[in-house]
Design a protein around this ligand. Structure first.
Ligand code: PEP
Ligand code: MG
Length: 840
């Protein structure tokens, strides 16, 4: 016990380390090294504090001997990471009757009484654990109130208030040490990522009274604005105050810098203010971070009590890191490491202001980040009408289908009752950068009466204003304050540095020219997945797609395909043009039939008109084609094998567009991807036909070209048989949406209903459609990659499921040696930053 009983006086050479005494002790030592005016401080290590909690007491006399005998003391927590919290600071330890008399002489009776009173109050409530009601705030803090308070203490505690500073300090240390070991403190810090054995250090510091004659007071100062990260001296100061009082009493405290907001510290104590600025700048430079400085002014003299990293919004975090690097204080790579990749989402989308009041209607899965306010509508047609009136709207559907896509385009935000992270609404929402909540099953959707019922019984009717917060998954009443998205110069600079460090490529999933443009704007390195069936979500085109699916005769189908060909050729030409030589990977049709068959009467009527058939025929055929398990039915390559003319048409459109878009010496090399394969023979059949189409186009046009053929690995069998499948392919892209669905046997469209129960009960650590399940699905990925490479060492490997934009999943793919990940365009910046952080 000998060594832990020793508290360490903080000097420039004391053996203080972050992992043994905590961040605050470490920081104070740095301030001492910088020769800043820091009051004498003693640090207790994690071990010492743990021992105190267990019943052992450190040598309090030794601590007191390091500090001025007449000083009051404060004890503050020093955990490894300030975010993990800790017990509140206790001030004015050492205050007793004798010192009260002395201080009354020097500071005046009121000031001395205020100090004593504050200590008795906090000691009574937090240390002696007496009834807090008895020790509530006293209006008049003078000597009378003090004697009342001391009497109250004696009555409640059945003993006089302890007078011995050593006894007081020991009791405070014991209380704080035990508080750290308590269950609620453990749970709180575990939620913030602290390990089970996280330690607490304590620092005992001499206090400088912020009360007394001359200009006395306390405050905090920082050199940047916490919201924007731009240089701006901010903080508060309160005369005749202690600790962080200035922050708690907005009405009385004053600003620091002189401007038009009223009195300032600069006017009140110009020299102290100037000195503080110099100290803060030195701390920024030498502690290599923007710091909030906690200070006391004692009769005009400045003391620095503490420094903490400034709190910051995501936007401020980017600017602070970039400015520190531009000022040569940290390296560009360190700046990249300092920004949380997930937090970029906050910059790329409008968000509900963190300080806004939230009246929550209900919640679901946060499927696409950002926030949007609008009037509640229940159909795509109403959404379009609303848009044409210039009124933003929120489209609420039980689930969405291609018929709703035009409504989604018109809406400001989307809400669905059903579905999970990879449901139709979620995928389209992310692609459009549209705030979206799916699987909000605690709300009752009544599309007939056009109303939503909240779990608490409140009813929201069409036309009422609500807000979708797709970042948190909460649906809110009315229109809370928002913060705007900002893709500012600081972010561009940071992303440039990230790209220089990155060693895995980032492509985008982009289905339309608009998506491709977004992908380019976010500097994606190509298109990793163009879902061609999504090119037909446009209302004018959806019917053509349905006609093709519906065609019963080959001549009927040929006629529809002839109409589809020029549309597709134009689409592909546009994609190649926008991507300017960057790779474009086009996936052949994969329309799960339930997403494309018209289920509404209006949709069936539209199709019957297009086909010139009675509605009853269409209804019958929809029923005939309906599948029990559409996700496992006639989709992907199965459609390509059974109705090969469809893929023939697409291949022709791709090749013709390739030649149109190729310039001399700058040929386009398209990538064609076959979805949902599970057997080698499927690939052979499709490959033979595509090769034949290529040969035909080459001979018709008299021009040569090359293309790359690949497969999506989306079924467990494709991963297991990757060696024989790889023989025929140039690349394999893991479609982790379907692969997750099929590995778990968990419907992507229905999992939303019970996912939160599963995560809450710890069955799944996270939603596996959101964060890759590295143990199960991940093993299939590794196995498939390894088997694919064994057959074809130079095969290109990637993932293009929604996991491609998730930092943890990117780490997995990078470790497995993948060439690129592909994700929704709006997630590309997050992926670029996350990938860079892995490489640094
Ligand atoms: C996948 O399954 O992971 C995939 C990318 O394809 P889709 O989401 O279109 O099924
Ligand atoms: Mg798929």
């Amino acid at each position: 016990m000998d060594d832990i009983s020793k508290a360490t006086l903080i000097t420039s050479t004391a053996p203080i380390a972050n992992h043994s005494h905590g961040g605050r002790a470490k920081c104070l030592q740095r301030l001492v090294r910088l020769k800043l005016p820091v009051p004498q401080t003693v640090a207790l290590s994690f071990d010492a504090v743990h021992a105190i909690a267990e019943g052992y007491m450190v040598d309090v006399k030794a601590i007191l001997s390091e500090l001025r005998p007449d000083a009051l003391l404060c004890v503050r927590p020093s955990s490894e990471d300030p975010d993990w919290g800790g017990p509140g600071a206790v001030l004015n330890i050492g205050m007793n009757d004798a010192r009260y008399v002395d201080l009354s002489d020097t500071l005046g009776a009121d000031a001395a009484a205020a100090l004593y009173l504050r200590f008795v109050q906090s000691y009574a409530v937090h240390v002696a654990r007496l009834d807090p009601d008895v020790f509530e705030d006293v209006e008049d803090g003078g000597p009378d109130a003090l004697s009342e308070m001391l009497q109250a203490y004696e009555a409640e505690a059945e003993e006089p208030f302890p007078q011995d500073p050593g006894e007081q300090l020991a009791a405070v240390l014991r209380t704080m040490a035990r508080a750290w070991e308590g269950t609620s403190a453990r749970l709180l810090r575990a939620a913030k990522g602290a390990p089970e054995d996280a330690g607490l250090g304590l620092v005992v510091q001499e206090m400088v009274p912020g009360l007394g004659q001359g200009e006395c007071g306390s405050g905090v100062l920082q050199l940047v604005n916490s919201q924007t990260g731009l240089p701006q001296i901010t903080g508060r100061y309160l005369s005749q105050s202690q600790g962080r009082d200035a922050l708690g009493s907005d009405a009385e405290s004053i600003y620091l810098e002189q401007d038009d907001r009223g009195p300032s510290l600069e006017e009140l104590a110009p020299e102290a203010f100037a000195e503080l600025k110099v100290h803060a700048a030195l701390m920024r430079e030498r502690l290599r971070a923007e710091m909030q400085v906690e200070f006391v002014i004692e009769n005009g003299r400045v003391h620095i009590l503490d420094g903490m990293r400034v709190t910051r919004s995501a936007r401020a975090a980017v600017r602070i890191a970039v400015r520190l690097a531009e000022d040569g204080i940290i390296s560009a790579e360190e700046a990249v490491m300092r920004v949380n990749a997930h937090s970029l989402n906050e910059l790329l989308h409008r968000q509900v202001d963190p300080d806004a009041k939230r009246d929550v209607i209900g919640s679901g899965i946060a499927a696409s980040p950002g926030a949007a306010t609008g009037r509640l509508v229940f159909t795509a047609a109403e959404a379009q009408a609303s848009k044409s009136r210039g009124e933003p709207c929120i489209l609420a559907r039980r689930e969405t289908s291609p018929e709703d896509v035009r409504g989604m385009h018109a809406a400001a935000g989307v809400l669905t009752e059903k579905g999970g992270m990879t449901s139709h609404a979620a995928v389209i929402g992310r692609g459009l950068g549209l705030p979206c909540i799916v699987g909000a099953s605690s709300l009752r959707f009544d599309s007939r009466r056009k109303q939503l019922t909240a779990p608490d019984g409140r009813i929201f009717k069409a036309g009422e204003t609500i807000t979708v917060d797709g970042t948190s998954g909460q649906l809110l009443v009315g229109e809370p304050a928002m913060t705007e998205a900002a893709e500012d110069d600081a972010l561009l600079t940071l992303m440039g540095w990230a790209d220089a460090a990155r060693d895995i490529d980032i492509r985008a999933n982009a289905d339309t020219p608009a998506d491709a443009q977004t992908a380019r704007n976010f500097n994606a390195q190509g298109i990793g997945l163009c879902r061609t069936e999504h090119m037909f979500f446009d209302p004018g085109r959806l019917t053509v797609m349905r006609e093709m699916i519906f065609a019963e005769t080959s001549s009927g189908r040929a006629a529809v395909l002839a109409r589809l060909l020029p549309m597709q050729r134009n689409d592909f030409r546009e994609l190649f043009r926008i991507m300017e030589g960057l790779p474009v990977c086009i996936r052949l049709f994969d329309p799960p039939l339930h997403e494309f068959l018209p289920t509404t009467t209006a949709g069936q009527r539209e199709l019957s008109e297009a086909l010139g058939l009675p509605v009853s025929d269409v209804t019958r055929r929809v029923e005939e084609m309906g599948e029990y398990n559409p996700m496992l039915g006639l989709r992907g390559v199965r459609l390509g094998v059974t109705v090969p003319e469809i893929y023939d048409m697409q291949a022709r459109a791709i090749f013709e567009a390739t030649l149109d878009a190729s310039h001399d010496g700058d040929p386009v090399v398209p990538e064609i991807m076959i979805p949902l394969v599970s057997a080698k023979r499927e690939v052979e059949l499709v490959k033979t036909r595509i090769d034949a189409v290529a040969a035909a186009v080459k001979s018709e046009r008299g021009v040569d070209f090359t293309y790359r053929l690949g497969v999506m690995v989306e079924t467990p069998r494709a991963a297991l048989r990757a060696d024989e499948i790889a023989v025929h392919t140039a690349f394999m892209s893991f479609g982790t949406n379907d692969l997750t669905q099929m590995t778990y046997g968990l419907s992507r469209d229905d999992a939303g209903r019970f996912m939160s129960d599963y995560v809450q009960q710890g069955v799944f650590p996270e939603d596996p459609f959101h964060v890759l399940d590295v143990d199960g699905v991940g093993e299939l990925l590794q196995l498939g990659a390894q088997r694919g490479r064994s057959a074809k060492p130079d095969i290109t490997l990637s993932i293009c499921g929604e996991h491609g934009g998730n930092p943890e999943s990117i780490a997995f793919c990078r470790a497995a040696g993948f060439d690129y990940v592909s994700c929704s365009p709006f997630r590309v910046p997050v992926a670029r930053l996350a990938a860079a952080q892995l490489a640094i």
